[in-house]
Write a protein that binds this ligand. Structure first.
Ligand SMILES: Cc1ncc(COP(=O)(O)O)c(C=O)c1O
Length: 474
């Protein structure tokens, strides 16, 4: 192995880091942090510095980092027996066992599983399954989708079209799918918009206002042209937008009225992130399809899965000549499937989701203490999935571009690491810091995380000249 400093230099020279300003790293610039080891909810860099992984490596490492040997044993026995087989016209035991197990855990009726290698592939597979369903049932004209602003659904071109972050799409030309974007369930900021201001404090009224907006878009585009609506049970980008009660049941009614399908993008919210197998269950969603990835294997291997309802797959079974016109060579890889099976077994055996449910209230109340800081305007989320919105004054002024640059890309990433944690300052929407700790984290570890966040945000407030006194507005 290369010595530590050579690793950092070689990384900046040869490793193109994703969604990263690569030019900010290298000799004379910032060193690349090279993570080489993990233990429990912690990761360690090549200098031996320990960080609490408060983002679960992009919402993936539900189990943290200490189950490697057990996962490796499953993978090794699979490797010795059958290292690879496809799910193209064949099956293999690991994929079958996993699909069968998942069908017992998924919401009722969603018991058909299409494997993928990750989240973007899951989203695009769901789109194709929707299109195939409509094409087979007289809906050839249903070529459009509705998604939500700021939502991230992936980076490949189809998934990117569904993504509601304009800056991510601008360089890549016209979108691959015709998509209309509607408001996310952002109670905090929609309070400033005339259309929603009166509604945000009342769940039923807020849900109604959001659903009316969707219905308007359906009618504008023509109901017979809409193939699907896609949204996360709790939207990540923008900062953990929890839906008002009644939103997802209302979506179901709209979909049934106008004939489009509902896709719950659970690439983050499935597999315990919200304390349940699926976030859909928690928010009262009854989707036709669910997309997942990340936590399916706790990221011990790359894998995703799409769940489809009996209705969506019926055309694929009723005509023996109908082809499921979509496939991915590595999807359902036996190695990944054997690891996923083990991962699901560990979730149940070690009562991982019970830990989330037991500690959610504690985490929430500790994070809400941050509302006393002058720079914190809102704290929102569910389960082990939270965002803290940063503001410029007691009236919750939005941070401007220069302030976001200074805070979110300049000061905070390094300061949080100095506090011994990896969290995510983000401004795809308004300025937030996101935390989504591994689901195995203890109360003491969560406290340690909140303390690191508090110290960093206090200094951030000083930097922004907001002072250090407690807010009175909250
Ligand atoms: C909700 C959601 N959908 C899709 C994706 C894309 O997943 P991947 O990066 O595995 O392609 C992500 C990634 O973060 C996501 O959060």
């Amino acid at each position: 192995m290369l010595p530590v400093l050579d690793l950092e230099e070689a990384a900046s020279e040869h490793l193109l880091m994703h969604y990263t300003r690569n030019g900010a790293f290298g000799p004379g610039r910032k060193p690349v942090v090279v993570l080489e080891r993990g233990e429990g909810p912690y990761v360690f860099d090549t200098h031996g510095q320990r960080y609490f992984d408060a983002l679960s490596a992009l919402f993936c490492s539900q189990l943290g980092y200490s189950y490697g040997e057990e996962m490796a044993a499953s993978a090794a026995s699979q490797m010795a027996k059958l290292p690879f087989a496809t799910t193209w016209g064949f099956a293999h035991p690991a994929a079958v066992e996993l699909a069968e197990k998942l069908s017992t855990l998924s919401p009722p009726g969603l018991d058909h599983v299409f494997f993928t290698s990750g989240g973007s592939e899951s989203v695009e597979s769901a789109w194709k399954l929707c299109r195939l369903y409509h094409a087979a049932t007289g809906g050839e004209g249903r070529t459009k989708a509705i998604a939500r602003r700021i939502a991230y659904h992936g980076s490949t071109l189809g998934a990117l079209a569904l993504t509601g972050v304009d800056g991510y799409k601008a360089p890549f030309g016209p979108p691959a799918i015709h998509v209309r974007h509607v408001s996310p369930t952002n109670r905090f900021r929609l309070a400033e918009e005339p259309r929603f201001a009166e509604a945000v404090d009342d769940d039923a009224a807020f849900a109604r206002a959001l659903l009316e907006e969707i219905e308007e878009v359906v009618l504008e585009e023509g109901p017979e042209t809409i193939a699907m609506f896609i949204a996360e049970p709790v939207q990540n980008a923008g900062g953990c937008f929890v839906p008002p009660e009644g939103y997802w049941p209302g979506l179901r009614e709209l979909a049934d009225r106008y004939g489009f399908l509902v896709v719950a993008d659970e690439v983050i919210t499935a597999y315990g992130r919200l304390g349940e197998w699926f976030g859909s269950t928690r928010v009262g969603a009854q989707p036709d399809l669910i997309t997942t990835a990340k936590g399916l294997t706790s990221a011990y291997a790359p894998m995703g899965a799409v769940f489809a309802s009996d209705r969506v797959v019926a055309p694929l079974y009723e005509d023996p000549k109908r082809n499921l016109l979509h496939g991915l060579t590595f999807a359902g890889h036996p190695l990944c499937a054997s690891i996923a099976v083990k991962n699901l077994e560990i979730f149940e055996r070690d009562r991982i989701f019970e830990n989330v449910r037991d500690l959610e209230g504690h985490l929430e109340s500790r994070l809400r203490e941050l509302l006393a800081l002058p720079i914190v305007g809102d704290v929102r989320g569910a389960g082990f999935f939270w965002a803290v919105e940063l503001v410029g004054d007691e009236q919750n002024r939005r941070l401007d571009a220069a302030e976001r640059e200074q805070l979110l890309r300049g000061f905070l990433p390094g300061r949080l690491m100095q506090a011994g944690m990896i969290a995510r300052p983000d401004d795809r929407g308004d300025a937030v810091v996101q935390v989504a700790p591994p689901l195995i984290s203890s109360a003491a570890q969560l406290d340690e995380m909140v303390a690191g966040l508090e110290a960093s945000l206090l200094e951030a407030a000083e930097l922004m000249d907001l002072g250090t006194s407690a807010r009175s507005a909250n």
